[in-house]
Design a binder for this molecule. Sequence first.
Ligand code: PMP
Length: 288
Amino acid sequence: MKVFINGKFYEKEDAKVSVFDHGFLYGDGIFEGIRLYSGNVFKLDKHIDRLFRSAKAIMLEIPYTKEQMIENVCATCRENKLSDAYIRLVVSRGMGALGLSPLSCSNPQVIIIADQIQLYSNELYEKGLKAITVPTRRNSSAALPPMVKSLNYLNNILAKIEAQNLGYQECLLLNNEGYVAECSGDNVFIVFEGKVYTPPTSCGSLSGMTRQTVMEVAREMGYEMIEQPLTRYDIWTADECFLTGTAAKLIPLVELDSRKIGDGKVGKTTKALLEGFNKVVTEKGVRI
Ligand code: PMP
């Protein structure tokens, strides 16, 4: 495997960054998770736009143009002779002195890894996940805005640990007001009386690419797609629920907080949307 670091390719064993990189020392940096489907990078321009927005929010200068970043991602896929992969694009603040100040860091590090990823077993995709709401709340937008895809995932990791300690693989995070934000690395959708709902990003979730795609697919398939604040009650009493993310794709959630969602089985709308989603991702995208 070859890893892109600042314009050059390195073998996996030699792909290294400094221990003085503020990405490592402080989580000072940003990233994107992108998918390559059948030789096409899905929504690559949109991922690069989101990366640049995250960079702007944390005042980090990416040393490439958007067009160059698109080419860097495609080149990494070509170099690794991949046609299906998960691409992790990281931009860290770079090497600096000890101490929080980014002013001592002059060279942001641009890293692109393209590899396989499987977050959940095939069985879970067929039967659905069970999750629990955890006490850890999603970052407040007044702190580190959840819209920034930063290298600082401790908020989400703490939530995941709480869920795992209770024997669950996934968790639901609420925002400070008690509304549904998202899961540890995925957006949340429910289906109720034939309509599809997801919380607005103002409730503390990431503006997910998969979320956006599923919303488009749902509307094209004729479903009413509604963005509105949701509570745990809405999920407990929904007919169906599923999570979306680039790594997870679309995975059914069949139980939350020991309540079966619907009849506790993967629902027909979830299946239909998954089919629609799979079609879109393999047909569209930037050819590498
Ligand atoms: N929320 C969080 C916290 C995430 O890290 C991610 C990405 N894994 C998502 C939502 C889903 O976003 P996307 O569909 O763009 O991958």
